[in-house]
Design a protein around this ligand. Structure first.
Ligand SMILES: Nc1ncnc2c1ncn2[C@@H]1O[C@H](COP(=O)(O)OP(=O)(O)O)[C@@H](O)[C@H]1O
Ligand SMILES: [Mg+2]
Length: 241
């Protein structure tokens, strides 16, 4: 992990209709870090990501992505949103979706290099054999991998994933997190699947209007797989820093 700063958030507050959603957020994320964001529903996790992406503007405070304002850093970020409205009626193949990551404001056709990069991204996600499959025929896990491959095809310096494994079976989740762990770029991943996610991350951000940052600890809970967020937070609290 380098000591160069990927994301700097200073005194950020965000209101929706006068209602504070995020308050006094300070955070520094270093290049190459793998950050997990956890917290209750409605706690502001997706809003935090949208601020990093420049899709929303802080009401107060400042954000820099690799030294740039978020609105100018879009080309450096690969993102998969929490809610996707992919039109499954469209006859898109997996490779077409991944190639969308190679499009730019002034770029419409694809070069040989674009195809090579898209195929490499599919390889990375372990689904090169699905390249010609219509996306409508994919399982939830395969579709999610396709979207992560699309984000990687942009060759981002920062990967931002909002609940990438919602609605995927445990084995599929584990596999995706394993893949994420092997990447060397900066990664920020929101997840409910905390126990699995924590196996690979450097730090945990707990967001519930305010931000609490924890170093990761190996969490060894009930072997039955029973998981309780409160226990985890107590455990993390002991290693605050
Ligand atoms: N477009 C919006 N307009 C008004 N309130 C919103 C909007 N989007 C989200 N919110 C509110 O902001 C809060 C945080 O939402 P969100 O960031 O999606 O939380 P999380 O991702 O942690 O579940 C919630 O109370 C939600 O209702
Ligand atoms: Mg969310």
């Amino acid at each position: 992990m380098s000591s160069r700063i990927a994301v700097r958030v200073e005194g950020v507050t965000f209101l929706y209709d006068q209602e504070p959603i995020l308050e006094g957020i300070d955070a520094t994320i270093y290049e190459g870090e793998f950050i997990a964001i956890i917290g209750p529903n409605g706690g502001g996790k997706s809003t935090f990501l949208k601020l990093l992406l420049g899709l929303l503007e802080p009401t107060q405070g400042r954000i820099e992505i690799f030294g740039l304002p978020p609105a100018k850093a879009g080309g450096l970020i690969g993102y998969t949103p929490q809610h996707l409205h992919h039109n499954l009626e469209m006859p898109l193949r997996v490779i077409d979706v991944v190639l969308q990551g190679r499009l730019g404001p002034w770029k419409f056709g694809f070069t040989q290099e674009d195809y090579a990069i898209a195929h490499q991204a599919l390889q990375r996600l372990g689904i090169p054999h699905l390249a010609s499959q219509p996306i409508a025929q994919l399982s939830g896990g395969q579709r999610q991998r396709t979207l992560i491959a699309r984000a990687l095809a942009t060759q981002p310096k920062l990967l931002v994933l909002d609940e990438p494994t919602a609605a995927i079976d445990i084995q599929g989740q584990r596999h995706i997190y394993q893949l994420l762990k092997e990447l060397s770029i900066t990664r920020i991943v929101v997840s409910h699947d905390i126990k699995i996610l924590l196996e690979g991350v450097d730090r945990v951000f707990y967001i519930n209007k305010e931000l609490y940052i924890h170093r990761n600890v190996s969490v060894d809970l009930d072997p039955s797989g029973h998981f309780c967020e409160m226990e985890l937070l107590e455990e993390l609290g002991r290693s605050n820093g």
